[in-house]
Ligand binder design. Structure first.
Ligand code: ADP
Length: 175
């Protein structure tokens, strides 16, 4: 009999900026200033100019690290900004991508947040192959949940389209 791994991760398809959760995660760039596209631009546009003002005070963010701001005009209470690796195929990139998830979850716990929604970090303009990114995401979230078994937090991964949803379903063994 084969064992079925059940993950405590919710998958949603849609626009992360609409979610009324404790924190949404931004796939930001190292400056933490509004990007030119992708989920970063969508978050800054929906949150309003107060977000950019707050981000100026944070002095940027290194790849794999995470910083928190208020949610401003978003339905989410907070935004956790993390910087994924730009994909080149280098050896350290899976670890850096996993660190984005781990450090974001650590920051959520430190701030007593109990629901968090992630986009597919690095899987857009930063070029990470979706299948690899999805496997790293699922493993990193699962490892964190196993290290923090008594901390109650709803973890959502938001897929921007149906295609990405199928990639995540595959990574979670649901297909
Ligand atoms: P990165 O620069 O880290 O690759 P991107 O923003 O370019 O980040 O893309 C990351 C993922 O976020 C992609 O799968 C993209 O389709 C998705 N995305 C873009 N806008 C949104 C949004 N409003 N809500 C959820 N996901 C989004």
């Amino acid at each position: 009999m084969s064992q079925i791994q059940e993950y405590q991760i919710e998958l949603l398809v849609g626009d992360i900026t609409t979610l009324p959760v404790d924190a949404i995660v931004n796939a930001a760039n190292k400056t933490l200033l509004a990007g030119l596209g992708g989920v970063d631009l969508a978050i800054h546009s929906a949150a309003g100019p107060g977000l950019q003002t707050e981000c100026w005070t944070l002095n940027g963010c290194e790849t794999g690290e995470a910083k928190i701001t208020g949610g401003h005009a978003l339905p989410a209470k907070h935004i956790i900004h993390t910087v994924g690796p730009v994909y080149t195929g280098a050896e350290e990139e899976p670890l850096l991508l996993a660190e984005c998830y781990r450090n974001s979850l650590n920051l959520a716990k430190e701030n007593d947040l109990h629901s968090i929604a992630f986009p597919a970090i690095s899987a857009g303009s930063y070029g990470y192959p979706a299948e690899e990114a999805a496997q790293i995401t699922v493993k990193a979230i699962d490892a964190w949940q196993k290290e923090n078994p008594s901390y109650d937090i709803r973890v959502i991964v938001v897929c921007f389209d149906e295609e990405m949803l199928q990639v995540y379903r595959q990574a979670m063994g649901l297909l």
